[in-house]
Write a protein that binds this ligand. Structure first.
Ligand code: ARG
Length: 570
């Protein structure tokens, strides 16, 4: 990476001056006209060195050995050093990318990371909340993988809990298994049955007892209870799987044969955990229930066993993590991509795991996503105003079909539609709420998936007309001079790898989106201003084709990390 090379060169200069490079940071400046990179090291050191920052910056700059990497530097108030990368270096880099040699620094080599995402609930809607978790989680997994980590993709399906007692009762009382099985959406039928249970229970509270009875039966292994529960999982999974496939999620990469370790997997793994926490005096009894009370009431108490002996979501999560630490190794990093509304819950969970001595600081990570709002409705299973993902996907596809000009192949429309949905989610920091706006989502001129996909199509159509040599001739020898627009693209291209790295280190796919959007804008500007195929001479033409090829490669690479398909025509 160029950034690393520059870091090394400046660190050498500092060493020669007997200055420490501990605080040396190299970053792109806010404004491109200030060069490729800038460092504030002189400002950092001025105080301890008792020097004027501007003078110190000049001293450091003078000590930097001229090389192909750093073409020139300049000192800028109040003490920054701006660095300009040599054109030849940029062109060398361009040629590599044009040959599709994109090297992402393998900083996570040897690290094992579990990325748990999606995790919808059986017999409940696959909501747009789960869509966010699926999209963001999948991308985070891809990005981390590209930096060398070994990734285990997990899906913590909500397939256990007292609600299944109620569901079984409702199926037996008011349901028809054939009807559920053959329904267009079996989950919708199951949700309706579950809702009916609640409306009926309001009139007849005895139903709650019935529900508990059926859950007890389920726990005790009653044949009929197990059968209906297993059925509910299968009915729901078929539907979820269809959605995953539409979204291009490779379910086969989920642990445990492509489904993930759902909550029920831990049914028989909770007791030892409860015992361990009791032994460690972390779990305490209160009125027959068992709770964790946090020191200094850092968090509200967390219940792990109810009065009636039933376990909870949290109990299963603890058993899950204990299992993971045993199976994948005690240093495995565990990431949960889950809505921000569960923040307190995950804080409590991580705290218990630290108290129990299972994990170290920073080993458990909650990547939170904000809410998805369609005007005013908030998602809720009970109130019946749920937004079903399936409907959103369908709508997106229809809109994408009308968006495109002539005869669009439905496959392309689907790729564009899902690309638009994903981009809309990924382009902003995950924790932010999204107000869903179809026009923004599919806006071909703006910061949207289709815009970036279209830029790729544009590059491809240029390249289809003429196959460039992968390498432009040595620009030094041939007196090549790149114009500002080309240079700007070259500079941007040279920052791709470090952008992926930044995204990985901050778990922030939005950095990558921002980069790809910027690259697209620059390419489109260049495309509008300059002739490519009819350039003034062969040399310039080859250079512009090489740039086009490199842009296409980077867009393809980046979109793939984001789980977005490129299309050849639009
Ligand atoms: N099934 C849960 C829900 O839909 C999400 C699970 C998140 N993961 C976890 N390990 N608790 O809200």
């Amino acid at each position: 990476m160029l950034k690393d090379q520059i870091h090394t060169i400046i660190a050498q200069a500092l060493e020669e001056l007997n200055l420490s490079s501990d605080k040396l940071n190299i970053n792109p400046p806010n404004n491109e006209s200030f060069g490729d990179y800038a460092t504030n090291i002189a400002l950092q050191l001025a105080k301890s060195e008792k020097k004027n920052p501007m003078e110190l910056a000049q001293l450091i700059l003078d000590a930097i050995k001229p090389s192909g990497v750093i073409e020139k530097g300049e000192v800028m108030k109040p003490g920054f050093i701006n660095i300009y990368v040599g054109k030849n270096k940029l062109i060398e880099n361009l040629s590599q990318i044009a040959e599709n040699k994109i090297e992402i620094p393998q900083v996570n080599n040897g690290k094992k990371i579990i990325v748990e995402y999606s995790s919808p609930n059986i017999a409940k809607p696959f909501t747009v909340g789960h869509l966010r978790s699926t999209i963001i989680g999948d991308t985070i997994a891809n990005i981390l993988e590209s930096t060398g980590a070994t990734i285990y993709r997990d899906n913590h399906l909500g397939d256990w809990g007292t609600q299944f007692g109620k569901l079984i009762y409702a199926i037996k009382e008011w349901g028809n298994e054939d009807e559920i099985k053959n329904a267009q959406s079996p989950v919708k039928v199951l949700v309706n049955l579950y809702v009916k249970f609640h409306t009926e229970a309001e009139k007849n509270p005895d139903l709650e007892i019935e529900g508990r009875k059926w859950f007890k039966k389920l726990e005790d292994g009653d044949k009929e209870a197990r059968r209906l529960w297993t059925q509910s999982i299968e009915w729901s999974w078929t539907e979820f799987d269809r959605l995953y496939k539409q979204l291009g999620i490779k379910t086969e990469s989920f642990e445990n044969n492509g489904r993930g370790y759902g909550e029920s997997y831990f049914e028989d793994k909770m007791d030892p955990v409860i015992e361990e926490l009791k032994d460690k005096k972390i779990l305490q009894e209160s009125k027959g229930a068992w709770l964790v009370f946090f020191p200094n009431e850092k968090f509200p108490p967390m219940m792990l066993v109810k009065q009636d002996g039933a376990t909870l979501y949290a109990t299963r999560d603890l058993a899950t993590d204990k299992f993971r630490l045993n199976k994948y190794g005690k240093d495995v990093i565990i990431i949960n991509e889950v809505g921000a509304e569960q923040s307190l819950y995950f804080n409590q969970l991580y705290e218990v795991e630290k108290m129990a001595g299972w994990v170290k600081e920073g080993q458990r990570i909650h990547i939170k996503h904000g809410m998805f709002r369609f005007k005013d409705s908030k998602m809720s299973t009970r109130k019946g105003n749920t937004i079903w993902l399936e409907d959103v996907l369908e709508e997106a596809k229809n809109r994408a079909l009308t968006l495109a000009k002539d005869e669009v192949i439905p496959d392309v429309a689907a790729s564009v539609a899902y690309g638009a949905l994903k981009w809309n989610d990924l382009k902003r920091s995950a924790h932010m709420d999204i107000v869903f706006d179809w026009d923004e989502l599919l806006n071909m001129q703006g910061n949207s998936g289709p815009y970036v996909q279209y830029t790729y199509v544009r590059c491809k159509s240029v390249l289809d007309k003429c196959h460039p040599e992968a390498k432009p001739k040595d620009p030094g020898k041939h007196g090549f001079f790149a114009n500002e627009d080309e240079l700007s693209l070259l500079r941007t291209l040279s920052k791709y790898s470090e952008t992926v790295l930044d995204s990985a280190q901050s778990f922030a796919p939005n950095y990558l989106c921002l980069y790809l959007y910027d690259l697209s804008q620059k390419y489109n500007l260049f495309y509008q201003k300059h002739k490519i195929l009819k350039a003034e001479n062969e040399e310039v033409k080859q250079m512009r084709l090489t740039i086009t090829k490199a842009v296409a490669n980077v867009l393809q690479h980046g979109l793939t990390l984001l789980g977005i398909q490129t299309v050849e025509k639009m």
